[in-house]
Ligand binder design. Structure first.
Ligand code: UDP
Length: 370
């Protein structure tokens, strides 16, 4: 079999690229995936209770990039949705990222007043301070606050999520959820935020609609690579797997979700509650909040982090730390020497992309090949 463009992986990166190649170059594309559905880990579906479920955990689209937003808006209308997360800390549900409202919920007013004033004096208002930065503050009140937030919000959550301490990860990882000197309770401050009105899967289906695109599910690259010839290969799977682990395995983190449907309209106060210090799961997601689904029932998920074991579970996250980056760079170098072969996506680039960054990467890669 012969195909002009072969894309391995029908996740958000591969689908974006397929759409661009088909739409602008009018070239044929075969996109394959080992899963039995499109969308990769962004896949969603409506369950028997009438609730749109994100099979691989809560996905909230957010971006400051107008190009990305406008691009996806060609394939979906959006349900305007501003994500908020609560953390269960010392018996209370407080805003995460930890902000001035969190301080006020957890400390007596006089203490909150002092901490608020000191934070604003030192850093300013409406400023985001990564916890590892706040820990360096040379003030006994701010050190007290930093130690508290480190212990109650970050340490045990990170140990569960990654199996290592916050300082052992690249600072950008915990920096995703900085302490926010603000009363803004939203998880993201991006200009554009929302959930595809009919779900992610419906948006992806539209993106793949071109007659130039063929989708083959339940298909491993390994099983077809010798039976198929192609002019360009785009690989969104794990880059170390592609090279048969020649330099060693890149570490990934996996997740397990326990979904439960309850015979009551709501379970918790909002779509996501984090449990840094209790239980073995990191958070509980409640899905009807995303599209404001009407149902007498509600579906929630308990999210358990796991180490990735090839063939047993799925790689969800690259583990961003220096030694892994050094190993990745070896694969990257090797990848660059291959003609007409491109790596992209969270697993192909070994980068902790949010959905918008994955789309951006595909749009940029496309501009490069065009
Ligand atoms: N984090 C934490 N406590 C929280 C929320 C986040 O320690 O309540 C840390 C943790 O290390 C996590 C990282 O910040 O992996 C990034 O969080 P984010 O919510 O962005 O993770 P994702 O939704 O991508 O899994």
């Amino acid at each position: 079999m012969k195909v002009k463009n072969l894309i391995v992986g029908a996740g958000i990166s591969g689908i974006t690229l397929a759409e661009k190649i088909a739409d602008e170059l009018r070239e044929d594309v075969l996109i394959i995936d080992v899963k039995d559905h499109i969308g990769g880990n962004c896949y969603d579906y409506r369950n028997d209770a009438g609730i749109c479920i994100h099979k691989y955990g809560t996905h909230i689209f957010h971006t400051n990039d107008k190009e990305v937003w406008d691009y996806l808006s060609r394939f979906t209308k959006w349900h305007p949705y501003m994500h908020e997360v609560k953390g269960y800390i010392d018996g209370q549900e407080v805003p995460i990222p930890f902000n001035l409202n969190s301080i006020r919920s957890l400390f007596p007013n006089a203490v909150a007043d002092k901490l608020e004033q000191k934070l604003i004096e030192k850093f300013g208002y409406n400023v985001k301070v990564p916890i590892l930065e706040l820990k360096k503050a040379e003030d006994k009140d701010l050190t007290f606050l930093a130690d508290y937030v480190y212990e109650k919000v970050f340490l045990h959550y990170t140990l569960k999520q990654w199996g290592i301490r916050p300082e052992e990860l690249d600072p950008s990882v915990t920096g995703r959820v900085p302490v926010y000197i603000s009363k803004d309770n939203r998880y993201f401050q991006d200009t554009y935020q929302g959930i595809p009105l009919n779900g992610y899967t419906a948006m992806f289906k539209k993106m793949l609609k071109s007659p130039h695109i063929k989708v083959k599910l339940k298909t491993k690259f390994e099983d077809i690579k010798n039976k198929i010839s192609y002019e360009r290969l785009f690989y969104t799977g794990p880059i170390d797997e592609f090279f048969n682990y020649e330099f060693g395995q890149l570490p990934y983190r996996s997740l397990k979700f326990d979904f439960v449907t309850l015979d009551k309209p709501y379970f918790q106060s909002n779509s996501a509650i984090n449990y840094p210090n209790n239980y073995d799961f990191t958070r509980i997601g409640e899905y009807k909040y995303f599209l404001n689904d009407k149902s007498d029932k509600t579906t929630i998920s308990f999210e358990y982090p796991l180490s990735y074991q090839k063939g047993r579970n799925e790689p969800y996250y690259p583990i961003i730390k220096e030694e892994n980056q050094i190993l990745y760079n070896k694969y990257f170098k090797k990848a660059q020497s291959l003609p007409n072969t491109y790596f992209l996506g969270r697993l192909g680039d070994y980068k902790y992309y949010d959905m918008d960054k994955a789309v951006k990467r595909s749009l940029e890669l496309f501009k490069g090949i065009k």
